[in-house]
Design a protein. Structure first.
Length: 142
């Protein structure tokens, strides 16, 4: 399965072999969905949107189980789950990164500042101890 976000404010889960939509369209954002990611175990989907929010979805039922989460002051370009699924990283056009508790929705770290332009990409290291971000300012921060 793969997951996609769309300018029509929805999320869809697709079967790779058939090309069929197997879940969705999922509705919970009020603007374009810029980024989506599965948790490592495949049970959850996280999404980031132009509406400045993040949602966590059940990947089997399509229900929003957390959110919309507010913490950024501008659109969310990138989201990622940590390997253990306990945290979510988000990068935004507000130039910051937030780390969220994936069960409570609380911001546990951030907003982290270090970029001077939009944060387009975020990822956790394999051991979960570091976050890497890429920005429109042509830098990468660890």
């Amino acid at each position: 399965r793969i997951v996609s976000g769309s300018h029509d404010q929805t999320i869809r889960v697709w079967d790779l072999e058939t090309g069929d939509v197997v879940l969705g369209p999922l509705k919970g954002h009020t603007s374009s969905v810029w980024s989506v990611a599965f948790s490592q175990d495949g049970k959850h989907i996280v999404s980031g949107s132009h509406d400045k929010t993040i949602c966590v979805w059940d990947s089997e039922t399509g229900d929003v189980i957390l959110g919309p989460l507010e913490g950024h002051t501008s659109l969310v370009y990138s989201v990622a789950f940590s390997q253990d699924g306990k945290h979510i990283a988000s990068g935004s056009s507000d130039h910051t990164i937030c780390i969220w508790d994936s069960e409570t929705g609380d911001v546990v770290l951030g907003p982290l500042e270090g970029h001077t332009s939009s944060v387009w990409s975020v990822a956790f290291s394999q051991d979960g101890k570091h976050i890497v971000s890429g920005s429109d300012d042509q830098t990468i921060c660890v």
